[in-house]
Design a binder for this molecule. Structure first.
Ligand SMILES: Cc1ncc(COP(=O)(O)O)c(C=O)c1O
Length: 390
């Protein structure tokens, strides 16, 4: 007899990004030369100082449970980082370290969202936000940004508010569009949070990766008076090319962080001790590598845009941050993003992620966290594919 599964589990959808990456890997192992642009992770190696710190920690026997919310050394490193980078003071009790930013987000959402609550999400949206809000019993209400350069405006956010709205989840630099919210946009969100008594989950996991004249704006630095209603999300995954180590963090009001700690204590005990030490090493010594990665991503972005520019039917808004380009395929002969991704994978061996995975049908996401050679070949295949469509 089939086991009954919960309604909660029935509703949850697997990550479409990971599913496409898996499909591309399967095709590769079947001998096809697939160029995959679906990954959401930097392709660089973990900085040597982080790997060394992990090896040293293992040799010292730092292989046991740690404090649930993270080792003091890592919290001190995160606090020091926020002080240097954003002139913000966070005490160890305002910080929790989790197994990736995704886990920090889920814990924050679990603490803040009740059954029936509504949470605003600028759309396109990273789907894990939607799934996590729904797992907590809430409803995600989207705010469309496609006509405003993928940045929400005060008017569009206000229009989505209802008396059930409890908070807003913001991500800048943005996955999947690469948009970077300027100071005015961030201040407008802060105004709404202040005026309407909302909390803000501010996911700045890509904050080190901004290009050209773009500057990342931290909402607490820009509007210090709303600090008590903001949970900042960050981590080592994208900044230090350490996705597999699974270390993320949240910074926010003590009472919220304490509740997140309570949840974490029941589901994970603590993040990996060795990964935490690796992260201490990264914060201490990998700043130069992060800047080198940033510069390399910017160079690759420019190469990609140079090739995609001028393809008839394809519209690309220049991404100012993260490592994704979000291509508008609605003007091509295949305006359906799922069909576009399926056919280009089958016919040109190019793996892209359909915009539907980000609540944005008609768009496809292309990651440029891969070699220059692959970017050039992939973009050329996209051009060929679109031009060859009947
Ligand atoms: C917007 C955003 N937030 C959070 C995460 C999760 O990061 P981590 O790998 O640290 O869980 C990702 C990863 O893709 C992301 O794109």
């Amino acid at each position: 007899m089939k086991l009954k599964i919960s309604k909660r589990a029935e509703k949850i959808k697997p990550s479409a990004t990971l599913a496409i990456s898996a499909m591309a890997r399967e095709m590769t192992s079947a001998g096809r030369s697939v160029l995959s642009f679906s990954a959401g992770e930097p392709d660089f190696r973990t900085p040597a100082c982080a790997a060394r710190a992990a090896a040293d920690a293992m040799a010292r026997g730092e292989t046991h449970y740690t404090a649930t919310s993270g080792i003091p050394e890592l919290k001190a490193a995160i606090a020091g980082y926020y002080k240097n980078r954003f002139c913000l003071d966070y005490a160890p009790s305002d910080i929790i370290v989790s197994a990736g930013a995704k886990a920090s987000l889920f814990e924050a959402i679990s603490v803040l969202v009740d059954e029936g609550d509504e949470v605003l999400l600028p759309k396109p949206a990273w789907v894990s936000y939607v799934e996590q809000v729904e797992l907590a019993g809430g409803t995600a209400k989207t705010v469309d940004t496609a006509d405003t350069g993928f940045v929400p405006t005060k008017e569009s956010v206000l229009a989505a508010l209802s008396d059930k709205t409890v908070g807003i989840i913001v991500n800048t630099p943005h996955n999947p569009t690469g948009a970077v919210y300027g100071e005015n946009a961030v201040l407008a969100l802060a105004d709404i949070a202040r005026e309407r008594g909302l909390w803000v989950i501010f996911d700045e996991i890509y904050e080190r990766l901004v290009y050209g004249g773009a500057r990342h704006v931290n909402i607490v630095q820009a509007a210090p008076d709303i600090r008590d209603r903001v949970i900042l999300i960050n981590g080592v995954s994208k900044a230090f090319s350490m996705t597999g180590w699974r270390i993320g963090c949240a910074l926010g009001p003590k009472d919220i962080i304490k509740k997140m700690d309570d949840i974490q204590s029941q589901i994970a005990s603590s993040p990996s001790s060795i990964s935490q030490w690796a992260s201490v090493g990264a914060y201490a010594g990998a700043d130069g590598e992060t800047e080198a990665h940033r510069a390399e991503f910017e160079r690759r972005r420019d190469i990609l845009l140079g090739i995609l520019d001028g393809i008839e039917g394809l519209k690309v808004t220049r991404p100012d941050g993260a490592f994704y380009a979000f291509l508008d395929v609605r003007g091509t002969k295949i305006p359906d993003d799922m069909e576009f991704c399926r056919r280009i994978l089958e016919e040109k061996n190019v793996a892209l992620v359909p915009g539907a995975a980000f609540l944005a049908p008609g768009f496809v996401r292309m990651s440029y966290a891969c070699s220059e050679e692959n970017i050039k070949a992939g973009a050329a295949r996209i051009r060929e594919f679109i031009r060859g469509l009947e």
